[in-house]
Design a protein around this ligand. Structure first.
Ligand SMILES: Cc1ncc(COP(=O)(O)O)c(C=O)c1O
Length: 386
């Protein structure tokens, strides 16, 4: 076959194109009506009260940290297996980051190790934790919140991989990623390989009105018109806190809104693809698949396998036109973080994970034929390279 199959890809249809064209010919390219429409629809989709759209997922994390007053001298915990943005945005605030190793089967932050680390630390060493719903598998925020309460930590959920993900809690209730039942704020990315592609984009959800209002201010330089009388002049505004220009253009919001209409259909397709991979690989001894805990519904941004000879498989698949990817180089292993004093040897499970992991094609438009092609070559390679 002469096609190329990436690990992830956006799916744009005629309605998406139409939605963008309509904005292009309207009065607003940015800060127009599509922003609010998208925010309201997204908040409903994840079951939150408020949503604030921003320019990308990194901006969402940065503003979420600032919203909770993160500052110099404070320390936050996260997982080593995430995109660097999760940790970088803590550093943007002048604060410090620290890591807790992952669970060997789910690849999510290990909550037992987190609790042990907190118990061993001096009281009030850490102010917050940023769990990451890696691959789209939700972190057990119900359990995490009991730990966070005990140690007085806030929680910002990095759900960039997980719109549509959920778990069933101990009361048999569905807890959607972004609903903030157990968390303060949740951040999503609208990057093209993610579930809802807005070009670039991000969105933060919260149920707290004060946080919502603060996020709106921080998104636009800290500007507010609160408390200003009309008699002072229609142009008057105030800045009491330092914000940024992290606005999402209306063009991108229109695309996100249009994509949101198909979010559930696309999520179903991701599930079908995952089921087929699971069934194909479960009896292949050289392939380890991610454990999916009972009552947890993965949104499957990624489908990760662990194999011996990962690099060889990665290169072999490329010769067949299959462009797998590695998620992620552990953050403590990146040069900048090494200079801060981190070493990957402190996170042996993440180190082992990184040595073997490979993200294989997972996106709604992946055809059955293409998936079978991918499966065939992975199994062929693994069987010949044991
Ligand atoms: C887990 C995670 N957090 C944060 C981000 C940052 O999102 P963005 O690329 O939209 O800035 C990403 C994007 O890949 C991500 O995967």
């Amino acid at each position: 076959m002469s096609f190329s199959i990436p690990y992830g890809r956006q799916s744009i249809n005629a309605e998406d194109v139409q939605a963008v064209v309509e904005v292009l010919t309207s009065d607003y390219l940015t800060q127009g009506p599509k922003i609010k429409e998208f925010e309201e629809a997204f908040a409903i989709y994840v079951g939150a009260t408020y949503a604030v759209a921003v320019s990308n997922g990194t901006a969402a994390l940065h503003l979420a940290n600032l919203c909770l007053n993160l500052k110099k001298g404070q320390k936050v915990l996260t997982t080593p297996i995430t995109f660097a943005a999760t940790a970088n945005t803590v550093l943007y605030c002048g604060a410090e980051i620290d890591f807790v190793d992952i669970d060997p089967n789910t690849y999510l932050i290990d909550l037992n190790k987190l609790e042990n680390k907190l118990a061993a630390a001096k009281p009030n060493t850490y102010v917050g934790v940023i769990p990451v719903d890696f691959t789209g598998l939700p972190v057990n925020t119900e359990k995490l919140s009991t730990i966070a309460d005990k140690y007085n930590l806030w929680i910002i959920e990095d759900a960039c991989h997980a719109p549509g993900g959920y778990f069933i809690n101990s009361d048999e209730k569905k807890i959607s990623c972004g609903s903030n039942k157990y968390t303060d704020l949740t951040c999503f990315s609208l990057h093209p390989v993610k579930h809802i592609a807005a070009g670039e984009g991000g969105i933060i959800t919260t149920n707290n009105k004060e946080h919502y209002k603060k996020l709106l201010r921080l998104r636009t330089h800290g500007i507010t018109k609160d408390g200003i009388q009309p008699s002072e002049g229609g142009w008057r505004y105030e800045i009491e806190e330092l914000g940024f220009n992290y606005r999402l253009p209306d063009i991108n919001a229109a695309l996100g809104l249009s994509q949101l209409q198909r979010a559930n259909v696309n999520l179903q397709k991701r599930h079908q693809i995952a089921q087929k991979y699971d069934a194909s690989f479960k009896n292949i001894s050289g392939i380890k698949i991610q454990h999916q805990p009972k009552n947890f519904n993965n949104a499957y941004h990624l489908y990760v396998i662990k194999v011996e000879n990962r690099k060889k498989l990665y290169n072999y698949l490329r010769t067949k036109g299959i462009y797998a990817q590695v998620h992620y180089i552990p953050v403590p292993q990146l040069g900048y973080y090494q200079k801060l004093g981190f070493t990957i040897n402190d996170y042996p499970i993440a180190k082992n994970y990184y040595a073997h992991c490979l993200s294989i094609p997972m996106y709604p438009s992946l055809s059955i034929k293409e998936q079978e092609f991918v499966i065939k070559y992975i199994i062929e390679f693994v069987t010949e390279n044991v």
